[in-house]
Design a protein around this ligand. Structure first.
Ligand code: ADP
Length: 423
């Protein structure tokens, strides 16, 4: 069922030594990317860059926008606004023909479903890809299949190959044009453990050979093999390991504390923290409800009324201070969360909804009172207490009103076991 990988994989642009990871120029630039489907915002202003040769794991619950992002990057889908460029090519400016050429020349796709033509052999499937790129070259196609350990399966049709072998044919096919960018959407999602290991080993070799890889995965163990993890939630960039120090784990337990390497130094007073948290929470809820967070509709005092001990300050002024410490970006009348703001907003929302669950379910406190108490409680729950409450409650996924409770480090594995959902 499985075979070994005899030959090192090809290097992008025929370079034969490992590409240094320190190259500065970003290969992929994504800036305020929005994808709107009627009244649904699949991507709500995502921004990040990817360096040449980087391996990025793209994570996030179902429906968070991962596939949409990969498809846009690969020129398979268009976007509503923002900017995206690959190797200096601005994708929005390409004509239809140029998009086809961009796909053929720069991008290699590997999907969860292998998308092989069922009546063609492994060799013919790879040669078909060659045909679309330029012209067929049987010797080169055989070499590509040998590189993924399938030299003895050239004449097999997909039905006679195992899932892992079919995926390796798909990888050989994706590599035929020496793509600068490999886009993989859950490439091991349909594989057993042995085949998953083989496919991951191929990706590691591609990475060592200098290819840039963006890989959607739900599996934290796979993500850990990448250089960097980016997490989406509700179309927002929720977490980017590149913005944390090298020692930070996937879900940084120090986020929101004075020890976090991304903590803005100029947030000083408790009052400021509370004001900021209330606004972050409201912006997060707007994105859940798929509507823009209009500055004119945000309120410093938060949903439960005026905050005790805190003097009034106009919303716009607080938001401006929040933008100075990189928690939000202000565009016209709209406030958007930055990656750091997203992390913090998620934590506040999580604490609030966990507290509501605790008050409602455990202490049988009625709905509106549970909400009011949660507004106060969310500011005093430490990360440790948050995890203990969550564990005590059995890692609930929704608050009493049915809204999603963002997962914490304590429930990530548990929720993944339960099919990755945030429901
Ligand atoms: P993920 O890959 O993270 O599961 P997707 O990118 O597939 O998420 O989807 C993001 C959101 O966009 C989801 O709510 C999904 O239902 C919606 N969506 C995706 N494609 C379409 C489409 N063609 N039309 C309308 N909504 C879509």
């Amino acid at each position: 069922m499985t075979s070994t990988l005899p030959v090192p994989l090809p290097v992008a642009n025929a370079v034969t030594t490992q590409t240094p990871r320190t190259v500065a120029a970003a290969q992929v630039v994504i800036d305020a990317l929005v994808k709107q489907y009627d009244n649904l915002r699949a991507l709500a202003g995502v921004s990040f860059t990817v360096q040449r040769g980087e391996w990025v794991a793209l994570m996030g619950p179902s429906g968070s926008g991962k596939t949409t992002l990969i498809n846009i990057l690969g020129g398979l889908d268009t976007f509503t606004s923002g900017r995206i460029s690959v190797d200096g090519v601005d994708l929005a400016k390409l004509s239809e023909n140029e998009v086809v050429r961009y796909r053929a020349e720069k991008v290699g796709f590997v999907f969860q479903q292998f998308h092989l033509v069922p009546y063609l052999t492994a060799l013919e499937n790879v040669m078909l890809a060659q045909y679309f790129h330029s012209s067929t070259d049987e010797k080169q196609a055989v070499e590509a299949l040998k590189r993924v350990g399938l030299g003895d399966r050239l004449g097999h049709v997909p039905a006679k190959l195992s899932g892992g072998e079919q995926q390796r044919v798909a990888i050989a096919r994706a590599l035929i044009n020496q793509p600068k960018l490999i886009l993989a959407d859950e490439p091991t999602g349909n594989l057993d453990e042995a085949n998953e290991n083989i496919v991951l080993r191929i990706f590691r070799e591609l990475h060592d050979a200098g290819h840039t890889i963006l890989m959607v995965t739900h599996d934290p163990d796979i993500a850990r093999q990448a250089d960097r993890t980016i997490e989406l939630a509700h179309g927002h960039l929720q977490f980017d390991s590149a913005q944390h120090g090298p020692g930070h784990p996937l879900h940084c337990p120090l986020a929101n504390t004075g020890d976090c390497c991304t903590e803005p130094p100029s947030v000083t007073t408790v009052e400021d923290q509370i004001r900021f948290d209330h606004l972050l929470e409201q912006i997060w809820i707007c994105s859940e409800e798929i509507k823009p967070a209009l500055i004119s509709q945000l309120r410093v005092e938060g949903p439960s009324g005026r905050l005790p001990l805190i003097t009034d300050e106009p919303t716009k002024r607080v938001l401006t201070r929040m933008s100075e410490v990189a928690l939000v970006k202000l565009r016209d009348d709209e406030a958007q969360l930055t990656p750091m703001g997203s992390i913090r907003a998620r934590d506040v929302v999580r604490r609030h909804r966990l507290a509501e669950r605790l008050f409602k379910d455990t202490f049988a406190i009625e709905d509106s009172e549970a909400h009011t108490q949660a507004c106060k409680f969310e500011h005093i729950i430490s990360p440790e207490l948050d995890q203990r409450i969550c564990t005590f409650l059995g890692h609930p996924t929704t608050c009493p009103h049915g809204k999603a409770i963002p997962p914490g480090t304590c429930c990530v594995n548990i929720r993944h076991d339960n099919s990755n959902g945030a429901k």
